[in-house]
Design a protein around this ligand. Structure first.
Ligand code: SF4
Length: 339
């Protein structure tokens, strides 16, 4: 796999993906995030939100769901922009708090999935969806099928306090059954919420590039948020062992992102990070819940040491299986923390 050269300059070239990306891999600090937000504002000044997210995509964005919802919405919101109308109608916004250690909230505009690899055997999302069958928008007889919940799209707009938001914790954002129109609509919400960080994690790494950039002969390049990535979107892949890391990480490394992260959870075998140059954050944890497969503590320690050697921030969640975390693994670093 060719490694893309890194450059601070945003260069949009019609030969995408064979172009330098805006990818300087700086440590993420509050100051750099503010700077990013400001430069993003400057880049997108004078363009509509629609234009800035999808500058080069030819298909009308969100056409599918917008057509369905447009009429009743139009009547209620005449004379207001989309953003204003959301804020006005939001009232007290309920935040979807989460026990996931590396996120402040979850946002599930799409739920449901299909198992894809050994890491899915004891899928928490599948288990939960069966518990919730027939309620909260989950289908009664097939609760884990991929379902788009339009009514949840605007939730982050109502959360004023900046949050780290895990997107699609109850499914896979890049599942084949999630259309690019839906993904575009969600990207627009992210653009409208620069105060939040959206963390998207997938096992379908091969779908990231086509679904984000929809590279085709007719549409060879596309800008996100005025550049080639959204400053508040972190892209990550989940891997459970070396085999899946070798398969999935090269796809992630092709894509520009403010932060590219890997979640090794549930860790089902040792993972060598040597080949993984270009990763900005590593999260690791053992499996939890019924039938949990035990992670060996040595695998986690080796990973911690590799991260230390490469200066990659390491975040250890838990051992799983009800086992306590060894003292030397009580590490919760974020991009910008690692020396
Ligand atoms: S990809 Fe994730 S959400 Fe989908 S079945 Fe596997 S573990 Fe569950």
């Amino acid at each position: 796999m060719n490694k893309l050269p890194r450059s601070r300059t945003v260069t949009i070239c019609p030969l995408y993906p064979y172009r330098p990306h805006a990818r300087a891999n700086p440590p993420v600090t509050a100051v750099s995030q503010r700077q990013e937000a400001r430069s993003h504002e400057n880049r997108t000044k004078g363009r509509s939100k629609h234009q800035s997210v999808l500058k080069s995509r030819k298909t009308p964005v969100t056409a599918g769901f917008q057509r369905q919802e447009a009429r009743p919405h139009e009547n209620r919101t005449k004379g207001r922009s989309k953003h204003q109308s959301v804020l006005k109608s939001s009232g007290n916004a309920k935040v979807n708090k989460t026990k996931i250690e590396w996120a402040d909230a979850t946002w599930n505009p799409v739920t449901g999935c299909t198992p894809i690899s050994e890491g899915c055997t004891n899928c928490y999302a599948e288990r939960m969806s069966h518990r919730l069958a027939g309620r909260f928008g989950y289908h009664t007889f097939d609760p884990f099928r991929v379902t788009v919940h339009h009514e949840r799209f605007e939730e982050p707009l109502r959360w004023k306090k900046p949050r780290r938001i895990f997107v699609c914790s109850m499914g896979d954002f890049f599942h084949a059954n999630i259309s690019t129109a839906v993904i575009d609509a969600l990207l627009e919400i992210m653009v409208a919420c620069p105060q939040h960080t959206f963390m998207v994690l997938t096992k379908r790494a091969e779908n990231i590039e086509p679904k984000l950039y929809e590279v085709t002969l007719d549409n060879p390049c596309r800008e996100l948020g005025g550049g080639d990535y959204l400053p508040n979107l972190w892209l990550g892949v989940t891997v459970e062992n070396q085999k899946r890391a070798d398969e999935r990480l090269p796809y992630l490394l092709r894509c520009p992102a403010k932060v590219r992260f890997v979640s090794i959870e549930p860790m089902l075998g040792p993972v060598d990070l040597e080949k993984l140059h270009g990763i900005d954050h590593v999260i690791c944890g053992g499996e939890t819940g019924p039938g949990a497969r035990l992670m060996q503590v040595e695998w986690a320690r080796e990973l911690r040491d590799q991260c230390n050697d490469f200066g990659v921030p390491f975040f250890f969640k838990k051992m799983g299986g009800g086992r306590p975390t060894p003292k030397d693994l009580e590490i919760r670093q974020w991009p910008g923390d690692a020396k």
